[in-house]
Write a protein that binds this ligand. Structure first.
Ligand SMILES: NC(=O)c1ccc[n+]([C@@H]2O[C@H](COP(=O)([O-])OP(=O)(O)OC[C@H]3O[C@@H](n4cnc5c(N)ncnc54)[C@H](O)[C@@H]3O)[C@@H](O)[C@H]2O)c1
Length: 283
């Protein structure tokens, strides 16, 4: 199973970063999204990232052009033919299953289908997709072009060849792959859940302000305080992960989603991507 080209489905926060990272490391990339506004944003964010690398003399003008030209931007699903599909669409099982089934019709049975899901069960996903042995999780971290870790998730029917191929791709992307079993939240999101949930509980109970929690956590060595991090991740995505873990652990109180975040999502304050979340990014 040799991966020659990569199709990234979903050009939002994660998809645009994964596409950029793949292009920077020599892959031909197809970046697919149904939303033209999101696609415009992805194109300008990729262009901006490459310009910054050029200004810092990390790439030449020629390399910048080559990397940019190696990405095909499309809203036509018929263009999504590749040896590896990485889906980074909305965190909803039905949407992901539906997308994989549509893509299965136009790709070979050898094409690897990897999901960037943060919290949905890859076992459940592969159960409803043809050739489940080539379906796995490939969980990148935000920002995907920078963060080194990728959780490569082996679901119950994923073949060893699929896992080896994905580990190889991660290495080509200059990432650090960690193979793990399919379990709610895999490793990082399960451990890190309390970083977000406890922080929100403290603010809800009036123990501390979100600003003071962020300042203290950063001063104690964390790169980003929990509220800034939730705004970067996207409150809708972060809430969906908490909800998935809460459901997977049969409503264990320690995973209960926070009303504070539910309210943010209800109001559309999703974080950096909408200009407002816990903090305001308009100015
Ligand atoms: N945001 C994070 O920090 C983070 C980190 C790791 C993993 N993830 C996971 O990555 C996935 C995407 O998250 P995101 O933050 O990039 O979301 P996002 O909301 O920024 O982007 C999702 C994109 O998918 C597009 N989309 C929806 N349905 C589609 C379809 N059927 N076909 C093509 N495009 C479609 C939307 O138009 C949107 O642009 C989720 O599964 C999430 O759990 C997110």
């Amino acid at each position: 199973m040799k991966v020659i080209n990569i199709c990234v489905a979903g050009a939002g926060t994660m998809g645009s970063g994964i596409a950029l990272c793949a292009a920077q490391n020599g892959f031909k990339v197809i970046l697919f999204d149904l939303n033209s506004q999101v696609m415009e944003k992805a194109i300008s964010s990729i262009e901006k990232n490459l310009s910054t690398l050029l200004e810092k003399n990390k790439i030449t003008a020629e390399e910048k052009q080559t990397i940019f030209n190696s990405i095909t931007f499309t809203s036509d699903i018929q263009d999504c033919k590749a040896s590896l599909i990485i889906e980074a669409i909305v965190e909803k099982m039905a949407a992901k299953t539906d997308l994989f089934n549509q893509l299965a019709l136009i790709n070979s049975s050898e094409t690897i289908f990897a999901s960037n899901t943060s919290s949905l069960s890859v076992d459940d996903l592969q159960r409803n997709v043809p050739n489940p042995e080539r379906v796995a999780g490939m969980h990148f971290f935000n920002p995907a072009q920078i963060m080194k870790l990728v959780e490569v998730v082996k679901a119950v029917n994923t073949s060893e060849q699929t896992i080896s191929a994905l580990v190889e791709v991660c290495k080509k992307l200059q990432k650090t792959p960690v193979v793990c079993k399919d379990a709610p939240g895999f490793i990082v999101n399960r451990v890190a859940r309390h970083y977000y949930l406890e922080a929100m509980r403290m603010v809800e109970k009036g123990i501390a302000t979100m600003e003071s929690v962020d300042i203290l956590m950063e001063a104690s060595g964390f790169k980003m305080g929990p509220f800034k991090l939730m705004d970067l991740i996207g409150n809708d995505i972060n809430l969906a992960v908490s909800q998935s873990l809460y459901d997977a652990f049969e409503q264990e109180p320690r995973f209960q989603p926070s009303e504070l975040q539910i309210e943010k999502v209800r109001k559309g304050d999703l974080g950096k991507k909408t200009g407002k979340g816990f903090y305001d990014y308009h100015s």
